[in-house]
Design a protein around this ligand. Structure first.
Ligand SMILES: [Zn+2]
Length: 191
């Protein structure tokens, strides 16, 4: 690529794009509790209908009062997060959403040698150290996928209106995002 950007800058385009797409007022303003996160997670994950994470069948019994589904083909009981990076974390999903927002904001403003410290991360999210370390890795890996993976698609809901003449992945793209974030203050808050 002739862009003159370093590998770190190119990765930062990814993080700045995600930061730019965070909701107005932040994740906290949009999601009140983990139940509302689970409902949203489900809508994002199964846009074309619920399917079984075990056998891929679409013949699924309606959601039970406990918010679980049952596959009529293989009898597997599952919830919205089953088989995803957030498997079993339904009751903690708001923490996941807030932690992912935090990672995006930090990564969007970081210079190449910075890392997010697990100690600070643990304090900001009220987690045990080992949980913080695990969550930091788990969420960062997911967020590095296209569009920020499933969690990115859950929390990064705003559109980016890039000028049409900007070459994606190039210097103009990098500096356009940098200026947009600085003028909105999106990438700076909470740091
Ligand atoms: Zn099944």
């Amino acid at each position: 690529m002739q862009s003159g950007l370093s590998i770190h800058d190119i990765e930062r385009i990814h993080w700045m794009s995600l930061a730019h797409r965070l909701p107005e007022g932040g994740v906290k303003a949009k999601f009140q509790d983990s139940d509302s996160c689970v409902d949203h997670f489900e809508a994002v994950r199964w846009q074309s209908g619920v399917f079984c994470p075990r056998c891929d069948a679409h013949d699924i019994a309606p959601k039970s009062a406990r918010k679980t589904y049952r596959c009529r083909k293989c009898a597997y009981h599952f919830s919205a997060t089953a088989g995803t990076f957030a498997h079993g974390a339904n009751k903690k999903l708001l923490t996941y959403f807030l932690a992912a927002e935090d990672i995006i904001k930090h990564k969007a403003t970081m210079s190449s040698f910075d890392i997010i410290g697990a100690h600070d991360f643990k304090d900001r999210h009220g987690l045990a150290y080992e949980t913080a370390r695990r969550l930091l890795k788990l969420l960062t890996d997911e967020l590095l996928l296209e569009d920020g993976g499933l969690i990115g698609r859950c929390i990064c809901s705003e559109e980016i209106n890039l000028p049409p003449d900007i070459e994606l992945g190039g210097r103009d793209h990098f500096f356009w995002l940098l200026e947009a974030l600085q003028s909105h203050g999106t990438g700076q808050s909470g740091i």
